[in-house]
Design a binder for this molecule. Sequence first.
Ligand SMILES: N[C@@H](CCC(=O)N[C@@H](CS)C(=O)NCC(=O)O)C(=O)O
Length: 201
Amino acid sequence: MKLFTAQAPNPFRVNAFLAEKNIVIPTTVINIMEGESRSADFLSKNTLGELPVLELDDGTYLCESMAICRYLEHLHPENPLLGETPLKQAQIEMWNRRMEQQIFNTVGAIGLHTFPFFADKIEQVPEYAASMGRLLNNKWKWLDDELDDGRTYICNDSFSVADITGMAALFVSEFADIAVPQQLKNVSRWISAVREHDVWG
Ligand SMILES: N[C@@H](CCC(=O)N[C@@H](CS)C(=O)NCC(=O)O)C(=O)O
């Protein structure tokens, strides 16, 4: 088994998942900025030219960060990050999708529409990025209200993949210098809690 990864938010999700579970697998780092992810060799592993990709021993390539995490959780069920009971699994799935759709994708849209790297990949619309910036502040406020019950992590009181997806949003925010509103005390508490996890690479 080999993981193709990169210094980027979706690869970070799998890297953090592995680190939190203390799993070590051989890794190859692909340089996205230098176009390695768009080379013919890499496109033969993932036709979308995106990371992460997990290569299995039989030559199968598994793409999509959450699919890779789910597969790794089955192989290494200790310290479950996707939940053990049907209810816990469903709650973590619910919160992971919320963190992805409400926060991570909103920050990501700002990056997509502003980073020069994406200029030849999509039609960048600066006004859309500005509008996503305003929306993002509302999304963080929504999360702050949700966390007002005092819980430590996004889904109940145990660290899960939903926290990792939120951390990936922080990864983008830091990289792109997009501020997380400081006055949100519950979000700040959550950020302090996840910073304690030694998974930032
Ligand atoms: N839905 C995919 C998204 C993967 C993705 O967008 N990866 C980005 C890095 S965050 C990438 O590899 N981009 C390379 C490129 O655009 O050339 C997942 O969850 O893994």
